[in-house]
Design a protein around this ligand. Structure first.
Ligand SMILES: [Zn+2]
Length: 223
C-alpha cells in the first residue's frame, strides 16, 4: 500500500513520460497500470521503483492483481474529486495488442459505488486474474480466468445499495432507523445481545456512505 501511495505521489512530481513506441523494452517486466482519467489513456509504471514508464492506448498484462488505496478513496468520497488510487499489478505482455476473444470478463470500478474492482457479470470483487486486457477506449478492463477473495462482505454504498466487498465494513448501521455508529458502540451491542437489531444491521466502508445514504450518526458512540 505504501508503494501504491508512492506511485501516485510520483505522478504529481513527474507528469511527463516516455512515448509508447519505447514501451516494448518493458515487455516481460513487472509493471503497475492505472487509468489516467484526464486523458482517457493507460499509464504504465515500473512496479519495482515506482517510476513512470509510458502511456499506452491498450495493453495486455499477465498474472495480475488489483489494488485500491482505501484512504485516497475516502478522500474522494468527501471531496467528490477523482484522483488516481486504484490500479493493476502484473507482468507486461503486449503493448497495443489485438483485442481478446469473447471468453474474457469485464471488470468495473467506481469509487462512489464500491470499494473494490468487481466483475460486471457476477458483481463479485476480484482479487487477481491470469491476464488483463486494457481496452483502447481507455476505460474498460477485461480479465481472463479471474480469482476471488476467500471472504466477501456485504456493504452499502452511498445510494444505500448492497455490494460485495473484500474488506469488512468499518461502521455499522440500522437500516430501519437510519442510524449508524461504531462497530463497538455499546448501545448497538446491547440491542444485538438482547436479540434485536441483527436483522436490520448493515455495514459500510466509511462514514461517508452512511451519511450520503441518509443515515444520521449515533449520539452515544459519536462515530
Ligand atoms: Zn452508537
Amino acid at each position: 500500500m505504501r508503494l501504491l501511495r508512492l506511485f501516485f505521489l510520483s505522478l504529481i512530481i513527474f507528469p511527463v513520460g516516455l512515448l509508447a513506441d519505447q514501451s516494448t523494452s518493458w515487455i516481460g517486466k513487472e509493471v503497475f497500470v492505472f487509468r489516467e482519467n484526464s486523458r482517457g489513456i493507460w499509464t504504465v509504471w515500473d512496479r519495482l521503483n515506482g517510476r513512470h514508464l509510458f502511456y499506452a492506448k491498450s495493453l495486455l498484462l499477465d498474472d495480475i492483481r488489483f489494488e485500491v488505496d482505501q484512504e485516497i478513496r475516502e478522500g474522494i468520497l468527501i471531496q467528490g474529486r477523482r484522483r488516481p488510487h486504484a490500479g493493476v499489478y502484473g507482468k507486461l505482455q503486449a503493448v497495443e495488442p489485438e483485442p481478446p476473444s469473447k471468453s474474457w470478463h469485464e471488470v468495473r470500478y467506481n469509487p462512489f459505488e464500491m470499494n473494490w474492482f468487481q466483475l460486471v457479470s457476477s458483481a463479485r470483487p476480484i482479487r487477481s486474474a491470469k491476464k488483463a486486457y486494457f481496452h483502447e477506449n481507455g476505460r474498460q478492463v477485461f480479465v481472463f480466468h479471474p480469482q476471488y477473495f476467500k471472504k466477501e462482505f456485504k456493504l452499502i454504498n452511498s445510494s444505500g445499495e448492497i455490494y460485495l466487498s473484500p474488506l469488512p465494513g468499518a461502521f455499522g448501521g440500522h437500516r430501519g432507523l437510519k442510524i449508524y455508529g461504531r462497530l463497538d458502540c455499546r448501545s448497538a451491542l446491547s440491542w444485538i445481545r438482547r436479540g434485536y437489531y441483527t436483522e436490520h444491521r448493515v455495514f459500510a466502508a466509511t462514514r461517508i456512505e452512511f451519511l450520503k445514504a441518509g443515515y444520521r450518526a449515533c449520539k452515544k458512540c459519536k462515530p
